[in-house]
Design a protein. Structure first.
Length: 326
């Protein structure tokens, strides 16, 4: 590389996206670029460094030794640039929009504590279940903060989000009151073999929860209910659940439904990770209050204390670095 020229951060971001995805189409989508433009940036970077960074074939993309050598430097440079930009960014004083999924939820508890800590901040809550749908709104600037399972989102979506694990909720099953398993204080997972449970299949806004259910049900003889159109509102949800006689995969923090009984699952204890999620680069006193509230509540309530015989999908263990319990 000529000594009198500096590398543009844009070229390093292009390199990092391809290095992490090992796929030009996915990397271009992650950067919201045309694939042709991305390839042009990579070729320019290779010319400036006088090095081949990737080996390309019709089937795969791999890093060359030069690419492997560049990767840690690119990450450090871009991280420093992001920190610099954040340090001099103006903090917002506008209302902060927060999706807490439901009035009875971990997100609502964190929001209430943040409001207590920062009474001068205007938090505007909404109650749209599903982080997959909320993530699209965050990326588009229609929403600032949400809560949910991050591992169920595509890598290119996660790359634009900051997130902090807040709680491992115990997973439960919502049963018709007359169901034989409703008599048990807790329901062993093995007792659900042969059952069909509704877990949001068909709702594009809750795909991370449906993905969780598939991981939990696989190999246990539990069926996922067929896709159904998105259900809007608690009253409509309760009506449809009763009408169809569904059993529902839920969590320990769940709105009560008349005529239904919530029972925690056990043997093993399935855990549902809930993270606080925000748009990268967001600077707002309300976000700071939410992060502080989430951390303090997690410590006070033991939300992240490892549970004996706890179960998490492999994707969540890998993403959060959560140690296996039991």
């Amino acid at each position: 590389m000529p000594r009198d020229r500096d590398l543009e951060p844009r070229l390093l971001r292009a390199f990092l996206a391809v290095a992490e995805e090992l796929h030009f189409t996915r990397a271009a989508a992650r950067l919201f670029l045309a694939q042709q433009a991305l390839s042009r940036d990579i070729r320019r970077l290779e010319r400036e460094l006088d090095a081949t960074l990737f080996l390309r074939s019709t089937r795969q993309v791999t890093l060359t030794p030069a690419g492997e050598r560049l990767l840690p430097y690119a990450r450090r440079v871009l991280a420093a640039q992001d920190e610099l930009a954040a340090a001099f960014a103006r903090e917002d004083d506008r209302p902060l929009s927060v999706d807490v999924a439901a009035p009875v939820s971990t997100g609502q508890l964190v929001l209430e504590e943040a409001r207590r800590r920062a009474p001068g901040v205007e938090f505007v809550a909404r109650f749209h279940s599903g982080l997959a749908g909320a993530a699209e709104d965050i990326a588009a600037g229609r929403l600032d903060v949400s809560f949910g399972r991050v591992a169920g989102l595509a890598a290119m979506v996660r790359s634009g989000l900051g997130h902090r694990l807040v709680r491992h909720e115990r997973v439960a099953v919502l049963l018709p009151a007359a169901h034989p398993l409703a008599r048990l204080p807790e329901v062993p997972l093995s007792a659900l073999a042969g059952e069909t449970l509704y877990a949001g299949a068909g709702n594009a806004g809750t795909t991370e929860w449906t993905d969780y259910a598939r991981s939990l049900f696989t190999g246990r003889g539990i069926e996922l209910a067929a896709p159904f159109p998105k259900i809007e509102g608690e009253a409509e949800f309760a009506r449809l659940v009763r009408k169809h006689g569904w059993s529902v995969l839920a969590s320990e923090v769940f709105t009560g439904v008349p005529g239904m009984t919530l029972r925690l699952l056990t043997d093993p204890v399935p855990l549902s990770p809930v993270s606080l999620v925000w748009r990268r680069g967001l600077r707002h006193p309300g976000l700071r209050a939410l992060r502080e509230a989430a951390g303090d509540l997690a410590a006070q309530e033991g939300w992240l204390v490892p549970r004996p015989y706890g179960w998490l999908p492999e994707a969540d263990l890998a993403l959060t670095g959560t140690p296996r319990a039991g």
